[in-house]
Structure formats: C-alpha cells, structure tokens
Design a protein around this ligand. Structure first.
Ligand code: CA
Length: 236
C-alpha cells in the first residue's frame, strides 16, 4: 500500500464508489497520492494514520458520520478537512465548519473547482508549516497575544484552541485594527481564493472565534460587527 513516493497524499472518505473513483482518478492525474475509505470508521483510522496532508470528507457515511469523523480528527490533528456536502443541506455546511472543517464543497462539483479548493487549502497549511521557520514577533492587543511563529493565540497567557482558519481570520482583522471588512473581502483574503460559495462561512467562523475569544460572545469586545457591512477588530 504505502510507497516511498514524496507525492502529497490525500485521503478520500466517501462511500459512493463512483464519486470516490472519479476524484481518485483526477487527483492521481494531478500527481497526488490517494488513500480511500468507504465508511466513517475506516476514514477515521486512515485520517489519523495515513500521513495524509488533506482529507476529503463526505457527511453521510456508513458506521460513523463525516461530522463525527471531523470532530474526532480535530481532537488530535489540524490536517485540512474539506467536507463534501449535498446540495441543499445548508445546515450541514455550517455544522461542518463548527466542528472544525476548513472548507466545504457542494455536490455535484466540477473537478477544476475541487482541485482549486484542495490546492488552496494545502497552500495555506504549508504556509503555516513554513511560518515556524520565519522569525515573527508576538503581537499584543491588550490581554490578547498573537504569536505567528507558533501559530498561537493567547488570552491572559492561556493558549486558545483555534483552527487554522479562525487563527488566520483573527490575525487578519487584528493587524488591520478598526478597519471594517466585508464578508466577501474576508473570504477572498483569508480563505485565499475566489469563493463560489456563500458568505455564511465568514459568519460561522466569526461566531466560533467569538466563542473561544470573548468573555461574553454575545457582547464581543474584540471582533465587532458593523451592521450590514462586515466585521472589524477592536483593541479592548
Ligand atoms: Ca455518502
């Protein structure tokens, strides 16, 4: 099964074999190595052990749902997770992001779009890895510290458990204090590509971030809403 190849390995967790096969075919054509799982339990095992750099995760899976897999993977790993969601299930997308998925793509999707998403998410993650090598100063915002060399945010000296996307959104806003950004702008800048989907992604990430960051998420002191426009960071 495993080879000595240096190719980036991607895990596909999808029980519909025809979908899995076509994704696998296209990923291999792009030079990726591919691992597949057809149920949630096997998906979780492979997610934790296959050394994959990104996981494509279907939601409706035998044995264990994609949501459960996502949640369990996030207990120990920050590997990028791209959820494959069905067309009308708006709530699924939101739940997936709340459980720590980095992104989602709606079925049916085109292979070009899928590849663009995969590459964007891998790039983000590699930048994160590379950041460990660059000397970067800790930025202080009141009782909040952002430490780019460790990709870490601390509040009153306590490290907050943020996903990569939450971290990047916070950092982006904090470095541009008081500047109001639209959701569209944040999607492009923080998610890093032309987004086909909906701007709800930004709202969900902001509310998740507030849960972790704010004393009272209902009365935020750091990430502020500008009604009808977007969000901005305020130094408390
Ligand atoms: Ca399925």
């Amino acid at each position: 099964m495993s080879t000595e190849s240096n190719a980036t390995k991607i895990l596909i967790v999808e029980d519909e074999k025809s979908i899995s096969d076509i994704i696998k075919f296209n990923l291999k054509k792009e030079g990726f190595e591919v691992e597949t799982a057809y149920d949630g339990q096997d998906g979780l095992n492979k997610a934790l052990n296959c050394g994959c750099k990104l996981i494509l995760l279907d939601i409706m899976l035998p044995i264990m749902s994609g949501f459960e897999v996502c949640k369990k993977v996030r207990e120990t790993s920050d590997v990028p997770i791209l959820m494959l969601t069905a067309k009308e299930e708006e709530a699924d997308k939101v739940l997936g992001l709340e459980l720590g998925a980095d992104d989602y793509i709606t079925k049916p999707f085109g292979m070009r779009e899928l590849l663009a998403r995969i590459k964007a998410n891998l790039r983000r993650f590699e930048q994160k890895d590379a950041a460990g090598e660059a000397p970067a100063e800790v930025q202080e915002f009141g009782n909040l510290e952002i430490d780019p060399s460790r990709y870490e945010v601390r509040k009153n000296g306590q490290t907050l458990e943020l996903t990569l996307r939450e971290y990047e959104l916070l950092k982006y806003l904090a470095e541009r204090e008081d500047h109001v950004f639209s959701r569209e702008h944040l999607l492009e800048e923080v998610w890093g590509y032309e987004y086909y989907g909906d701007i709800r992604t930004v709202d969900v990430t902001v509310s998740r971030l507030r849960e972790k960051l704010e004393d009272d998420p209902g009365d935020p002191k750091f990430i502020m809403t500008k009604r009808g426009i977007g969000y901005y960071f305020k130094k408390p």
